[in-house]
Write a new protein. Structure first.
Ligand code: ATP
Length: 320
């Protein structure tokens, strides 16, 4: 089956600000694909170009086999979209909203099916202004499904939700995958990307800086592991720093914290050394790199490299 989304060298500027600077990626059918990036990275602009809400300056966009720049109307029949904020009339109910949105499409899902699917049964006939943030967000996503889309775009679906509401949405996204939908979602939350996405692309200042399966990115990254060690007696920080792979040692009393680029070699040498010193290990924690470490490393590297052209200065200042 051909890819559901193909983006080639997408570019979009707002006046002087180059928001998207040559972005390319593909999403295969049935994948959950995460577009990650800090504020102002260009995630929303990329999604808006794909769904036909913005005209790109250049680049090729293919959605479900359709040239999205030439035939945006055809694309709209095949996709579902939930943008960052969904405003509906205060007095409309979820059931009415689903019926109304469904009426715009030839092929549509019955409101009752979506109400059950997105756990809105209790609030199906309550006014929109009485729904909680999580319920509004679930309704927004249910609305993205009214036209039986092949592909769903969710722009920061969990921003502003409490942990319980986030978990419920995660479950809803996982069910979409089980049902065979292709999902593109943008997020600031790296933990959810790590758990939910088949593949992610990390976008920073309008460019993709890494792409792949979360586990692969973590494995490929040279991000070091952090170690916390508590011993029965204080250790000599300089000697600890001399162990293979060790860097950034902080020794405070009986607790030492350091980083290692070769955890296995470090721990082997450490055990032998502690044996010679006849010092007991009270606690030892090794924290593996997470997607967050990869993300921070990549986005910081870009800043250090002075990557930003003058045209993005205003945004850099905004980001602090
Ligand atoms: P966030 O996570 O904060 O929503 P994002 O990754 O979605 O950010 P975009 O909203 O695509 O990023 O913004 C990319 C850049 O384009 C930013 O510098 C932003 O200030 C700028 N930008 C976005 N929309 C407009 C607009 N309508 N007019 C001018 N500049 C814009």
């Amino acid at each position: 089956m051909p890819a559901h989304v193909v983006v080639r060298d997408l570019r979009k500027s707002y006046g002087e600000v180059e928001a998207v600077r040559g972005v390319s990626f593909k999403i295969e059918p049935g994948e959950i694909f995460g577009l990650l990036g800090p504020n102002g990275a260009g995630k929303t602009t990329t999604v808006e170009c794909l769904v036909g809400l913005r005209e790109p300056d250049s680049g090729e966009l293919e959605v479900c086999g359709v040239d999205a720049r030439r035939n945006p109307r055809e694309v709209k029949q095949k996709i579902g979209v939930a943008l960052q904020t969904t405003s509906l009339q205060d007095k409309i109910t979820p059931r009415e909203a689903l019926r109304l949105f469904g009426s715009f499409y030839r092929d549509r899902v019955a409101p009752e099916v979506l109400i059950e699917r997105f756990a809105l049964t209790e609030k199906a006939d309550a006014c929109f202004d009485t729904l909680s943030g999580g319920q509004r967000q679930r309704l927004a996503i249910a609305l993205a499904f009214v036209n039986r889309p092949q592909l769903v775009f969710l722009d920061e679906p969990t921003t502003g939700l409490d942990p319980q509401a986030r978990r419920e949405l995660h479950a809803a996204i996982a069910r979409m995958k089980a049902d065979g939908y292709t999902v593109l979602f943008t997020t600031h939350y790296l933990d959810e990307a790590e758990h939910l996405c088949d593949r992610v692309a990390i976008i920073d200042r309008g460019r993709i800086v890494a792409e792949g399966r979360p586990r692969e990115l973590i494995a490929q990254s040279s991000a070091v592991q952090s170690v916390t060690l508590v011993t029965s007696r204080p250790l000599d920080g300089a000697k600890l720093a001399a162990l293979p792979g060790v860097s950034a040692v902080v020794a405070e009393g009986t607790e030492s914290r350091f980083q290692t680029s070769h955890a296995t070699a470090t721990l082997g040498a450490l055990t032998a050394w502690l044996g010679e010193l006849r010092t007991e290990v009270v606690e030892l924690r090794v924290k593996k790199a997470s997607l967050e470490d990869v993300f921070l490393k990549l986005t910081r590297e870009e800043s250090r490299a002075g990557f930003s052209p003058p045209s993005n200065e205003a945004e850099d200042q905004k980001a602090g």
